[in-house]
Design a protein around this ligand. Structure first.
Ligand code: NAD
Length: 269
């Protein structure tokens, strides 16, 4: 493969759980070259050693802008924290680097700001709350079911260190269901009592969302529809962070050709 056809990839959050997985996946992928690894933690340590793939002679750096310019990266994969992702996206777009963002917790307002930067910068960008194909299918099937069964609740279960709740996937599922739903959900009983505030979870347009945070989980979600004398449960389990990597690699390969900001992996399938 010639030098020009190899995509130069930088990773932000390279020392994190997802970032380490991305370092490994990019390193092992055909036609991709890992050119920079950025994180606030583990600065100076070799990104490959942290990811368990052996020495790559690529030390973790702390400055994203400098790393992107020095490495002439073409794509930035960001798996950091909600408070950092927006700034990282802006830095990437200013450097004409296409961001592929998995970090969750960005608001609708944040997405509008990214849309404006993308329009000004003229490079494609992709943000996806879930890169696992099974999760994308779960959302698709839930959208279908919502046309017939308007009463639905979502339970999402994640590891104990997840910062945002409800998860980006749960929120996106609720948004898709609300848009696809033909009927209205049943009104709640007027005399219902929440004995402890939050007992019924979060509420997005009548869809209750429940967040479980416990050691032992990776990323799981159940979408439960209720009907007359029946329930339908659509469940997805990511039991290993490798489940996200085919989606991340697909996005890395496609992002530069996108016409603007694309939200959701389903738009690339
Ligand atoms: P983590 O805490 O293990 O890793 C985050 C890393 O980002 C840490 O190493 C931290 O030091 C680093 N970081 C923080 N600010 C930074 C900055 N400004 N520049 C560079 N690095 C910075 O978290 P995680 O479990 O890897 O998850 C990361 C994000 O990915 C979360 O928002 C999570 O919800 C999301 N996630 C998304 C998907 C998906 O498919 N889209 C899947 C799993 C997790």
């Amino acid at each position: 493969m010639s030098e020009e056809t190899v995509i130069r990839v930088a990773v932000a959050g390279a020392a994190g759980r997802m970032g380490r997985e991305v370092v490994r996946a990019v390193h092992e992928a055909e036609g991709l070259s890992l050119v920079a690894a950025v994180d606030r933690a583990e600065v100076g340590r070799d990104a490959g050693e942290i990811a368990g793939v052996g020495t790559l002679s690529l030390p973790i750096e702390s400055g994203l802008k400098e790393a992107l310019l020095r490495s002439q990266a073409e794509v930035l994969v960001d798996f950091t924290v909600p408070a950092s992702a927006l700034g990282n996206i802006q830095t990437a777009l200013e450097a004409k680097v296409s961001p592929v963002v998995g970090t969750t917790g960005l608001t609708a307002e944040d997405l509008n700001r990214v849309r404006a930067w993308v329009a000004a910068g003229g490079v494609g960008a992709l943000i996806a709350p879930n890169f696992a194909i099974g999760a994308v299918l779960m959302m698709l099937f839930a959208e279908q079911a919502a046309k017939y069964l308007p009463d639905v609740e979502i339970i999402e279960l994640h590891h104990e260190n997840k910062l945002d709740s409800p998860s980006g996937t749960a929120l996106m599922t609720a948004q898709k269901i609300a848009a696809a739903r033909a009927g209205s959900p049943r009104p709640e009983p007027a005399n219902a009592v929440e004995k402890i505030p939050g007992g019924r979870g979060a509420n997005y347009e009548g869809i209750h969302l429940h967040s479980v945070r416990l050691p032992g989980f990776v990323a799981h979600q159940e979408v439960i529809f209720g009907g007359l004398g029946q329930t339908l449960t659509i469940r997805h389990d990511s039991t290993d962070r490798r489940s996200f990597m085919p989606g991340v690699l697909l996005a890395v390969r496609r992002v530069r050709a996108l016409p603007g900001l694309v939200v959701g992996l389903e738009n690339l399938l």
